[in-house]
Design a protein around this ligand. Sequence first.
Ligand SMILES: [Zn+2]
Length: 100
Amino acid sequence: MSDNKVCNKCGKSYVLKMDFGKGEKEYSYGLIDARVFGSYHSPILDDCTSYQFSLCESCLVDLFDSFINPPIVYDVTAFDSLPLFEEKYDSPKKRVKNDK
Ligand SMILES: [Zn+2]
């Protein structure tokens, strides 16, 4: 885990500080400390190597929006993240633009 709490792509912090009545705490948003591993048969990544990175939510949405096949999206419960039902991917950035 990295102590540097910034997005690898844009360099901005992925941490928000909030206070819900028990003092200010930090919350991380995005894809945090993701790791991928290269192996002997990897077509591009180096063998016996792991790559660790974090993407803030904004850069994560940019990545989603670049996909030929959009991510699978599930509506989930707030407490246990169990998938309730699948929905169509609707880019949050494009949705915000269309709401203006
Ligand atoms: Zn970013």
